[in-house]
Design a protein around this ligand. Structure first.
Ligand SMILES: Cc1cc2nc3c(=O)[nH]c(=O)nc-3n(C[C@H](O)[C@H](O)[C@H](O)COP(=O)(O)O)c2cc1C
Length: 340
């Protein structure tokens, strides 16, 4: 097995993502790996096509701007009462200014594009940081609107409107491309994706993982633990990549459940232009990116494709032999196939 990043695959794996021409689609997804400059360099050495930074949160920016936790909670969640789950500023490795400094530092240290990440739920003043991130040199911005709709007075259209408003505000403020990292739980994903494209989104990152809290039945407490993903999580992403890539022009990145070269082949066949990995790199180290990329190149060649561009989307809703497999037909067939 070839493991070095320096092997250049015979096959053309180049891809366009967020206006960037990349030699191949593999990059680390948003994670704390970028807090460590040694790790950033190791990711570049492993051949990462871009570096995606972890998020800077709306709450962090608002606290820095002097707003109290109570103000922030009432803004982002009508049901928030206790503040024990809100991290304090000191809990974040990088504060807002340090985040900008880290963008600069990473830009100086690596030759590959840097994609920064903002994470929040309201189209308010904190979005000024998009401009500062652009000025710090980021090549693109990922926007993560991780929101749990728990307010019975807010309907689905209003929840979608939040994200649309944020995208529109950011697009007015900056010139670098913007990708939206989506949750899988919108009721009409295709319609929502069309509205995001119309609002100016250059790409979608499919999908956020939901970190559901567990219940400790003896302590009567809520338990949070971050479990890394496995390849099973990819299937939900494949389904929506296949649908959205047949319908939209904006770029699609996969995040969630890519661990092996096979996973990556499937994601590209479903329509992904970029392949993000986090859990696999946290488990196996940055060199795993080079291994997956090199095996991926061999598979693409063995499957008879001249380039990644030839393979991308070959199994999407428009081009796969049985489009019903991505729609209601699959649901019915799966239920009928059970043979206890
Ligand atoms: C420790 C950790 C920190 C993360 N931090 C962020 C973050 O700051 N912003 C974000 O959008 N996603 C964040 N994520 C989510 C990842 O970017 C990714 O979407 C998710 O882990 C699914 O991909 P995977 O299956 O390759 O791990 C984080 C994930 C992990 C494991």
């Amino acid at each position: 097995m070839t493991t070095t990043a320096t092997v250049s695959p015979a096959i053309d794996l180049s891809t366009r993502y967020l206006g960037l021409t990349l030699p191949h689609p593999f990059m680390p997804g948003a994670s704390p790996m970028v807090d460590d400059m040694d790790m950033v360099r190791r990711l570049e050495d492993a051949g990462a096509a871009a570096i995606v930074m972890h998020s800077l949160f709306e709450e962090q920016i608002e606290m820095e701007q002097g707003r109290t936790l109570q103000d922030i909670e009432s803004n982002v969640n009508a049901f928030a009462e206790a503040s024990s789950f809100f991290p304090r500023p000191a809990d974040f490795k990088l504060g807002p200014h340090e985040y900008l400094e880290q963008v600069l530092r990473i830009k100086e240290a690596v030759d590959v594009p840097v994609i920064a990440s903002l994470n929040g739920v309201t189209a308010t003043g904190w979005l000024d940081y998009a401009k500062l991130i652009e000025q710090a040199g980021a090549n693109a911005l990922e926007l993560n609107v991780y929101f749990l709709a728990t307010d019975p007075a807010e309907d689905g259209a209003a929840v979608e409107r939040r994200t649309i408003d944020i995208v529109a505000a950011i697009k007015r403020a900056i010139r670098i491309p913007v990708a939206v990292k989506l949750s899988p739980y919108f009721s009409s994903m295709s319609h929502f994706a069309a509205r995001l494209e119309a609002a100016g989104a250059d790409g979608l990152v499919v999908f956020n993982r939901f970190y559901q809290p567990d219940i400790d039945i003896e302590e009567l407490d809520v338990r949070n633990s971050l479990k890394l993903s496995d390849s099973d999580e990819l299937l939900l992403r494949l389904n929506w990549l296949a649908v959205l890539s047949a319908q939209r022009k904006l770029d699609l990145a996969v995040t969630g459940g890519v661990h092996t070269p096979h996973d990556a082949v499937k994601a590209v066949m479903a329509g992904a232009s970029a392949v993000q990995m986090v859990s696999a790199l946290l488990k196996n180290g940055p060199q795993h990116l080079a291994q997956v990329r090199n095996w991926f190149a061999q598979f693409v060649e063995q499957l008879g494709y001249a380039s990644l561009a030839d393979m991308r989307g070959c199994m999407n809703l428009a081009r796969c032999p049985d489009p019903a497999a991505f729609e209601r037909g699959n649901y019915m067939r799966i239920l009928q196939s059970w043979r206890g």
